[in-house]
Design a protein around this ligand. Structure first.
Ligand SMILES: Cc1ncc(COP(=O)(O)O)c(C=O)c1O
Length: 495
């Protein structure tokens, strides 16, 4: 029962002593300027800490030790992020030939970089089964939006732009899906999920009967955010195509399918990939990542330009002659160093081993699901894909314990909490994504901790309500933190 608390470190401001300085500057040999007059504030009004170099170094090094990161422990967060950023990726992305490229440099002067972009596109084509790939979008949400812009241009080219004003989005979707649709000027219509966790075909059929000729697209996440493979995917694509709509695949969960099956073969017209989730590049909080998109042949003319492609002679060129293109969606050609990182990862696996990513991520998630099923039942009782969605509903009913309490208590056991309360349609939801990179021992230790915590829920609920007990900060008032955010330090009034 871990409860030992850690003393809070002092703030750098509290360590400050008047006149102490961390830099050894030479005598000023230029005329002094009154910075206060120029900038409107001075060092004394700013109340900057005054501290020696060594004390500043120790302060920040010690702070880094109270941080939790992938290099110190297991991250069970589901959705949104892959937690594995191999060191070799950083090494290749840091090679001067790549890192020192100026974005304004003529593309003809960086053939190696162009080759990397082209190779990544080609590999992603093979992995997804799409005809064309662009690496321009810098986030998953950006990729979603780009696909919808392309869908819009496609309908406009057929004289149906005005008429097709609705985008269908399942109620389990990531929030970025309806947001992207709304951002493109579409009206969003929700499609419910059935008792098995699949898209409700009856609801979809009814909706298409009602408004089919107004539907621009259906946005479908596969595997869904419920961690489930959509078994009716081909039928769904057929239904939407029959009324003239397009089907977009939210491919943020592609790590469950890499090397095993291809969305381009399932009937989708377009998809986005999160390179920062599936292909090991760092997530950038909405960018700078890479939300590459894949397109079938009929959507290719609309893809963002300029396009990196091979000409008839086999030379890689930047094709700017794209009359139907929706135009650029990003400066330059996207986040180039993300592509270098993803390329490194793809090469590290190679074609033969690529399926290991999906096999182990699915195996690990199912292992966690099976080990926890008696204490935290899965929201849907069937094998999951790369993440398992569990519910803590019975603890709420019987002990007044919420998913949040369980997650906060996990911190005391040395683990980062999983994603909570997403997808929204699962009550007291815990979404756990181990990824393919975790060893059985790690998963066992994590499951043991959760099993112990579920035992505490019945015997000692207060310890969960007040968790975490072992950290420098205890339970935060999260509503206050969001609504009343104040991160500025102010000097306490003199006593
Ligand atoms: C299913 C799903 N769709 C879309 C996104 C959006 O990706 P990004 O955060 O890169 O915008 C995410 C992750 O956040 C996701 O998990």
């Amino acid at each position: 029962m871990p409860t030992k608390s850690v003393p809070a470190p002092t703030l750098v401001f509290e360590k400050s002593r008047p006149g102490r300085i961390g830099a050894n500057l030479p005598e000023c040999d230029t005329p002094e300027v009154d910075l206060g007059a120029v900038l409107g504030r001075t060092r004394s009004t700013l109340d900057l800490p005054e501290i020696s170099e060594l004390d500043a170094l120790r302060h920040f090094t010690n702070l880094s030790h109270v941080n939790y990161g992938i290099e110190t422990g297991f991250y069970p967060l589901g959705s949104c992020t892959m937690k594995y950023n191999p060191k070799i990726n950083e090494k290749t992305a840091g090679l001067p030939g790549f890192a020192a490229t100026h974005p304004m440099q003529p593309w003809q002067s960086v053939p190696g970089n162009m080759e990397i972009l082209h190779r990544v596109q080609e590999i992603l084509k093979e992995i997804t089964g799409f005809r064309a790939i662009t690496l321009q979008p810098v986030a998953g949400a950006h990729g979603e939006m780009t696909c919808l812009m392309i869908v819009k241009a496609y309908h406009e080219s057929r004289g149906e732009g005005e008429q097709r004003s609705i985008v269908l989005v399942p109620d389990s979707a990531h929030g970025t899906n309806p947001a992207s649709a709304a951002r493109c000027g579409y009206t969003v219509r929700s499609i419910s999920t059935d008792a098995y966790g699949n898209t409700d075909l009856a609801v979809l059929a009814k909706t298409l009967l009602e408004v089919g000729n107004q539907v621009a697209a259906l946005m479908l996440t596969n595997p869904s955010t419920l961690g489930l493979f959509e078994p009716n995917i081909q039928a769904i694509c057929r239904m939407v195509h029959e009324v003239g709509g397009q089907v977009f695949c939210d491919g943020a969960n592609m790590n469950a399918m890499v090397g095993t099956t291809r969305p381009g073969d399932h009937g989708f017209d377009c998809m986005h990939l999160n390179l920062h989730k599936t292909f090991s590049t760092p997530h950038g909080g909405g960018g700078p990542g890479c939300g590459a998109i894949g397109l079938q042949a009929h959507l290719e003319p609309f893809m963002p330009g300029p396009v990196v492609r091979k000409d008839e002679a086999g030379t890689i060129v930047l094709d700017e002659d794209r009359p139907q293109s929706i135009g650029r969606v990003s400066s330059y050609l996207g986040q180039f160093l993300m592509e270098v990182r993803a390329y490194t990862y793809l090469m590290a696996y190679g074609r033969e081993k690529m399926a290991d990513i999906s096999k182990y991520s699915v195996l690990n998630a199912n292992y966690v699901r099976a080990r926890l099923k008696d204490v935290l039942p899965p929201a849907h009782d069937r094998p999951c894909m790369h993440e398992c969605i569990l519910t803590a509903e019975k603890y709420k009913r019987e002990n007044g314990i919420r998913a949040l309490d369980i997650s906060k208590r996990l911190i005391d056991y040395g683990f980062h909490p999983p994603t909570n309360y997403f997808p929204l349609i699962v009550p007291e939801c815990l979404m756990i994504e181990p990824t393919e990179t975790e060893a059985k021992e790690t998963l066992d230790a994590f499951c043991d901790a959760l099993i112990a915590i579920c035992g505490e829920a019945a015997t000692n609920p207060d310890i969960l309500h007040e968790a975490p007990h072992t950290q420098i900060v205890g339970r935060l008032d999260e509503t206050k933190a969001v609504k009343d955010l104040d991160v500025r330090w102010r000097k306490p009034a003199a006593v």
